[in-house]
Write a protein that binds this ligand. Structure first.
Ligand SMILES: NC(=O)C1=CN([C@@H]2O[C@H](COP(=O)(O)OP(=O)(O)OC[C@H]3O[C@@H](n4cnc5c(N)ncnc54)[C@H](OP(=O)(O)O)[C@@H]3O)[C@@H](O)[C@H]2O)[C@@H](O)CC1
Ligand SMILES: Nc1ncnc2c1ncn2[C@@H]1O[C@H](COP(=O)(O)OP(=O)(O)O)[C@@H](O)[C@H]1O
Ligand SMILES: [K+]
Length: 536
């Protein structure tokens, strides 16, 4: 595990469930009963007064969970309407169905039967879970379309989904059969109030359309920890969750932050002096474009780097006077000038791109890339990089690239195109797949920005950072602040992957702490509070 919580793909989850059942210590029926009880419990927690629920049960084990939920809610006094299919091939799901039939009837899972259930307070989607292999079609597609219209937007009824909204690919967060943004041939995308998933988050809960489709995500413990942790190499995907996940070794965010920092960063202590904490250098642009680089520099200073120097062309030096006084300024006009500055071995990290200007980035990139210090390439530097032939060969493991979607498409047009294609089979190509492949190709750390920021290293380690709860982070200059944070953490000694992941985490926490109305200038000012909250 990298840090934060482990994420499992649908295939990994199925493998763990199989291992648990093969061990003879737990049966599939017990796991299903626990899954059903977890969801029924969450529903009763949110709707303490028994109401009317409609449960839609599919052909597999997800449907089996649905029959268990129906039985448990009925025992708690709820009025139930259950829609299901004739064929329920799995033994466990068939047993759950049999037990439900002792309590009540099953109506056919059709659009017209669903239409006749409008009095429900809660609709429970137990049609498909981790077993979804292809886009829903025909009768089930029509049911899901109707369900989307009955529960989405301002409708009174709430949708609760078992493991995930049906039709959503749990490995990518994309609707199977739909193109970019959930549009295309598929059904009306579901918008759940609550999704209860088992054991661990899956990538699809956090990526792309997943968070909007899932609503509030709750991870329920169904007793699989031992098989998750036994004998398997640590998972490659992890997050910094802002929600509690049961049954994890590291549970407080403070502990997690401390664990990362202890791995590499020079924690401030009585024995240190400013040079102990690194010196970050920011290549800035011409007059009139200095704001972006100053945001970067300010964030680098606040990250705890011992010194930060901003390097605009000589004529633009005066523009940076007094922003803030702690910032050092040095004119930089030619690549040879940069080489001269870099003879100082105490400069420990660089950043080029924010407010730099593409032409200036083209001039300085070769000198930046051939020096061995860790370096963040952002904004104009990414555009400049994409223009140079055979650019992936110029990069290596000490480089961190921080593209947003547009910059990523300039650098990796084929991967961006693949993300936009309609996916006819699961698992669909995901933002994690794209970012991992990008990192592998150029041998550098890639941080693909968005509400679902993905960070990947060339060795395949990857991490999703979810910031869907802070949409106000999408404001001009916030990416410049992120670049500065990562540069500062690199200067202080964090490894590139850790610096990028910790940067994304601290960035979103600063935005969360400030709240709506945030402008990028506010972010660095929140950092002391963020660090204090983390006990750093
Ligand atoms: N394993 C365990 O012990 C536990 C599992 N648990 C629960 O089980 C869920 C996984 O169950 P699952 O593997 O049976 O898959 P599920 O999501 O129910 O659907 C698969 C069925 O749908 C079919 N199908 C697929 N796509 C289709 C399409 N487009 N249109 C039509 N059919 C389609 C597919 O058929 P096939 O692809 O073979 O044709 C198959 O019949 C998991 O999410 C969790 O809720 C929990 O109880 C904890 C213990
Ligand atoms: N909807 C959103 N919710 C949360 N964070 C977002 C959202 N959209 C973008 N972000 C984050 O905001 C920052 C924007 O960076 P960027 O696009 O480079 O902006 P700029 O170039 O103006 O600095 C990134 O860290 C990105 O992950
Ligand atoms: K489901």
């Amino acid at each position: 595990m990298l840090y934060g919580s482990e994420i499992l793909t649908a295939a990994q989850m199925r493998a763990i469930e199989s291992e648990a059942m093969d061990s003879g210590e737990v049966t599939g029926l017990t796991l299903m009963e626990r899954a059903g009880a977890a969801i029924a419990g969450q529903i009763r927690l949110r709707w303490p007064k028994p109401g009317q629920a409609t449960v839609l049960c599919g052909p597999g084990n997800n449907g089996g969970d649905g029959y268990a939920i129906a039985r448990l809610l009925a025992q708690a006094g709820w009025s139930l309407r259950v829609l299901g299919l004739d064929n329920t091939p799995g033994a466990n799901a068939a047993e759950m169905k049999r037990r439900w039939l002792e309590t009540g009837p099953i109506a056919p899972l059709t659009e017209s039967e669903l239409h006749d259930s409008p009095a429900s307070d809660v609709f429970i989607d137990a049609i498909f879970g981790t077993g979804l292999t292809r886009p829903p079609e025909g009768r089930i597609a029509a049911v899901l379309h109707k369900l989307g219209r009955m529960t989405g937007g301002s409708s009174r009824a709430s949708l609760v989904t078992v493991d995930c909204p049906s039709g959503l690919c749990m490995d990518s967060g994309r609707w199977l059969g739909s193109g970019n943004g959930g549009k295309g041939a598929g059904p009306v995308p579901l918008e759940a109030a609550l999704t209860v998933a088992f054991d661990s988050p899956k990538p699809g809960h956090l990526l792309d359309q997943g968070p909007a489709a899932c609503g509030k995500l709750v991870i329920a413990d169904i007793g699989l920890r031992r098989w998750r942790e036994d004998g398997r190499p640590p998972s490659l995907s992890a997050i910094w969750p802002e929600f509690p996940i049961p049954d994890r070794r590291i549970c407080s965010i403070r502990e997690r932050a401390r664990a990362v920092l202890d791995k590499g960063i020079s924690a401030k202590g009585p024995a240190g002096h400013k040079y102990s904490y690194g010196h970050a250098l920011i290549v800035a642009g011409a007059s009139g474009h200095g704001g972006a680089a100053r945001l970067t520099a300010r964030a680098a200073l606040r990250s705890g780097a011992g010194l930060v120097t901003i390097c605009p062309p000589h004529p633009a030096l005066s523009e940076h006077a007094g922003y803030p006084d702690a910032l050092m300024r040095r004119g930089l006009d030619h690549a040879a000038g940069l080489q001269a500055i870099l003879t100082d071995p105490r400069i420990s990290a660089l950043c080029i791109g924010p407010g730099c200007g593409v032409d200036r980035a083209v001039t300085f990139l070769p000198a930046v890339l051939e020096q061995p210090r860790p370096c963040v390439l952002d904004a104009d530097a990414l555009t400049a990089l994409a223009r140079s032939p055979d650019w992936p060969r110029a990069l290596s493991g000490h480089h961190v690239l921080t593209p947003h979607g547009g910059e990523f498409a300039r650098l990796f047009p084929d991967l961006a195109a693949k993300l936009g294609e309609t996916s006819a089979r699961g698992p669909a190509f995901s933002r994690v797949d794209a970012t991992r492949e990008a990192a592998r190709r150029c041998g550098a750390v890639i941080l693909l920005k968005g509400p679902d920021t993905v960070i990947a290293a060339p060795d395949g380690r990857a991490c999703i950072h979810s910031a869907f709860d802070v949409p106000w982070l999408a404001t001009a200059g916030s990416g410049d602040v992120l670049a500065g944070l990562i540069t500062g953490f690199l200067a202080r000694g964090l490894a590139p992957m850790e610096a990028a992941a910790f940067g994304a985490f601290v960035h979103a926490r600063a935005a969360r702490r400030f709240g709506p109305g945030l402008i990028a200038d506010d972010l660095p000012e929140q950092l002391p509070g963020v660090f204090r909250d983390l006990g750093l």
